[in-house]
Design a protein around this ligand. Structure first.
Ligand code: BGC
Length: 439
């Protein structure tokens, strides 16, 4: 049997990622809770409560202990704006203290905290004031950052201001799958993006004022779009999707402006406001021209699909994602990567394939500093509710019981050895082992 260890650089970060609304349960005061209460918005009309129960049940303690025991050295999580600022004029100090305690708990366990200030959820007062379409939205976000950054800065120096502004905007204003549920509201989508860029730039400035050595970015979702045919219309559509979805936000952070086809964004003050690229990568898609969005994107014939057909295992697309992220000339951190699979064979293959690509990218000299698997434990999957299971640990949503999936041990071996070891590949993902060592 071939023996090989695909080694990562010393100090490479291995972690998992979660977000407040998806693991806390009992959020009463944000746009998602309201959205969940309206029948038809979430598959099976599911609710995020109690879920992994990190808030009322304090079960972050046991989940993070498991993460640390499994060799992880970092955890990316988000703080819930609606808990910290329940009304425009009030701050809940006990909510801030909750997050401080959780961050101290991470540090005690040997997990470096990475904080996300905004992960899809908005306080209800913010939503009712027009949400991200309100020209005051960036100022509201600035005030929130002014409050929380000084309170958390002694416990971290890694910050994500906004998680996936592209997904928030696309789902909120194009497909309607996320609140506010608007469809093909193109002008609103661009306004939402512009205000998020302004909010990010404001938060970037505040974080650096408080902490000059901070590393700040957004987590950008990269979808690898590949033209289905060589027809000009398909190729143009593919380029448009790539520019608009993958590049618009980061291009503005890089250059202060973005323009492609009808889409224009100009936010000069945002230029240079990122210290690394936070990359969330899940899948690639083929694109063809169609006025029906559901027909415009599809997985390649024969692609290996996750449980509900939501994602395909396309390792070459991950390689493209890593090249794209590195093209901005800053260090890259993979802030999310994972797959939905309850039974877990597919997840192990997915992990084997993606970590191998990650190793190739790092070895070719791309400046990649770390990797956060999505996710630590099954959590609330937005409009897909509990039908998709992304956790290394399985969650029984009726009882709250956690159960270790085999991927835990596979990922632990990678974290502990700081390497993808051929022996572990053979044990946990024999199909991938065969693929890599076939020749
Ligand atoms: C989001 C996560 C989500 C994951 C899997 C990402 O786009 O940031 O919140 O759970 O995808 O669907």
């Amino acid at each position: 049997m071939p023996t090989a260890k695909f080694l990562f650089p010393a100090k490479f970060t291995w972690g998992t990622a979660t977000s407040s609304h998806q693991v806390e349960g009992n959020n009463q005061n944000n746009n998602w809770t309201r959205w969940e209460q309206q029948p038809g918005n979430i598959l099976e009309n599911a609710s995020a409560t109690p879920g992994p129960d990190w808030w009322n049940g304090g079960r972050w303690r046991e989940d993070l202990t498991r993460a640390a025991d499994a060799g992880q050295t970092a955890h990316r999580f988000s703080i819930e704006w609606s808990r910290i600022q329940p009304t425009p004029d009030s701050w809940d100090e006990s909510a801030i203290e909750f997050y401080r305690e959780m961050m101290r708990g991470m540090i005690q366990r040997g997990l470096k905290p990475m904080v996300t200030l905004h992960h899809f959820t908005d306080p209800l007062w913010f939503t009712d004031a027009g949400g991200w379409l309100n020209p005051k939205a960036p100022d509201f976000f600035r005030r929130y950052a002014e409050k929380v950054v000084p309170a958390l800065k002694e416990l971290t120096n890694e910050w994500i201001t906004i998680n996936e502004p592209n997904v928030y905007t696309y789902n909120g204003y194009i497909t309607g799958a996320f609140p506010p549920g608007k469809k093909f509201a193109l002008r609103s989508a661009v306004t939402c993006l512009r205000h998020m860029i302004q909010a990010h730039a404001a938060a970037y400035e505040i974080i650096h004022q408080n902490q000059p050595d901070a590393a700040v970015s957004i987590a950008s979702n990269y979808m690898d779009f590949l033209s289905k045919t060589s027809a000009a219309s398909d190729r143009w559509t593919t380029t448009f999707f790539d520019r608009a979805f993958n590049r618009s936000f980061l291009d503005v952070l890089m250059h202060g402006h973005f323009g492609f086809g009808p889409m224009r964004l100009n936010v000069k003050e945002a230029r240079g406001t990122f210290d690394f690229v936070g990359l969330n990568y899940y899948t690639g898609q083929q694109v063809q021209f169609s006025t029906d969005l559901s027909k415009a994107m599809s997985f390649p014939a024969g692609a290996s699909l996750s449980d509900t057909g939501f994602l395909a295992n396309e390792p070459d697309s991950f390689a493209n994602a890593l090249r794209y992220a590195s093209s901005y000339g800053k260090p890259v951190i993979v802030t999310e990567n994972g797959v939905e699979n309850d039974e877990d064979t597919f997840r192990r293959e997915y992990i084997g394939d993606q970590i191998y690509q990650l190793w190739r990218a790092v070895s070719s000299g791309l400046p990649i500093l770390g990797y956060y698997h999505w996710s630590l434990v099954d959590n609330f999957e937005w409009e897909r509710g509990w039908t998709q299971r992304f956790g290394l640990w399985r969650l029984d949503i009726a009882t709250g019981k956690r159960e270790k999936r085999p991927s835990v041990d596979f990922y632990a071996a990678i974290c502990k050895k700081n390497a993808l070891d051929a022996e572990d590949l053979k044990t946990y993902a024999p199909v991938v082992f065969e693929r890599i060592f076939r020749d």
